[in-house]
Design a protein around this ligand. Structure first.
Ligand SMILES: [Zn+2]
Length: 305
């Protein structure tokens, strides 16, 4: 029996046979506890929900990268919204983290007009971007799209349309499940992409169009519900054309901020800059916005040897 509390990403295909590559590939993610770790007690509900969506987008897309690295999802809002920045990243190993910057007064005024504001209302439009970070000395790849629609899945679909021209459909949902220990943030998402057609595969649009129609029937509760195994949901949706699970990968809410790396960065500044950063007690304080941990360094400790 599958552990329902597992934060997991499932890689699957729809259609195809042993000899013919499937016309649709997909990824599904279910985060029954990782979102709780990242979101609980840090953000008002609408902001937490939106950040959870960004983290799900990150997890779904990061897994498709063909090398070690991380995918960074960023949303920059405008003055018309309440959230100025959303940032979520996910490594190809499945470590996700995220943070949001928002203005409480602006959020109150957005909520006056809209009790259930989505991406466009909370951010006031703005830009959605995904950046691939392959590590030091490697180029970043970045693409941008406009923030439109209620869900960040709308932005991600536009992004793929514009940058990769890969027909993509994404559904995601974030909610609070009520359990024995109170209400917990949980979420899930599914992304399907049409594989380009070629001589052996033939036309891939039929299976993709059917899969899209089936995926539009998914209810938010089905995506979020930790008691409904993701594989059962995928089977229910895509069984007719044949769904195959190719791989599973665990996902975790881990921040990778490192005291050592921060210390090295501080050592690279000159002494005057370090003195400027230190408070009156001679301490430099650096807050990691992802995990809310403050790293504190005595100024002498970060002076180059
Ligand atoms: Zn951190």
């Amino acid at each position: 029996m599958q552990d329902i509390q597992t934060n997991e990403l499932t890689v699957f295909t729809v259609g195809g046979t042993d000899d013919v590559i499937a016309p649709v590939r997909g990824r599904a993610v279910r985060l029954p506890s990782a979102l709780q770790t990242a979101l609980a007690d840090r953000y008002p509900d609408p902001v937490a929900r939106l950040l959870g969506e960004a983290m799900i987008v990150g997890a779904l897309v990061a897994q498709s990268l063909k090398f070690q690295g991380r995918l960074v999802v960023q949303c920059h809002g405008t003055n018309d919204g309440a959230v100025s920045l959303l940032m979520a990243d996910c490594t190809t190993d499945g470590q996700i983290r995220g943070y949001a910057r928002y203005d409480e007064a602006a959020l109150q005024s957005v909520m006056l007009d809209n009790r259930d504001p989505g991406a466009e209302a909370l951010l006031g439009g703005g830009t959605f971007s995904m950046t691939i970070d392959q590590g030091q000395d490697m180029d970043l790849y970045q693409g941008l799209s406009a923030i439109e629609g209620k869900r960040l899945s709308d932005c991600a679909e536009h992004f793929f349309e514009q940058s990769d021209q890969i027909p993509t459909m994404m559904r995601l949902a974030v909610g609070q499940s009520v359990g024995d220990t109170g209400s917990l943030w949980a979420g899930g998402g599914i992304m399907i992409q049409r594989v380009a057609e070629d001589g052996t595969r033939g036309d891939t649009s039929d299976v993709f169009d059917t899969s899209k129609a089936l995926m539009s029937t998914v209810e938010d509760a089905e995506l979020v519900d930790p008691e409904l195994p993701m594989e059962r949901l995928l089977y229910r949706l895509f069984n007719e054309d044949g769904v195959r699970v190719l791989d599973r990968q665990s996902v975790s809410a881990d921040c990778r901020c490192s005291r050592e790396r921060l210390a090295n960065t501080l050592k690279s500044f000159d002494a005057a800059a370090r003195a400027e950063m230190a408070d009156e007690d001679g301490m430099i304080r650096a807050l990691c916005e992802f995990c809310d941990v403050e790293h504190v360094f005595p100024v002498d400790e970060v002076a180059p040897a």
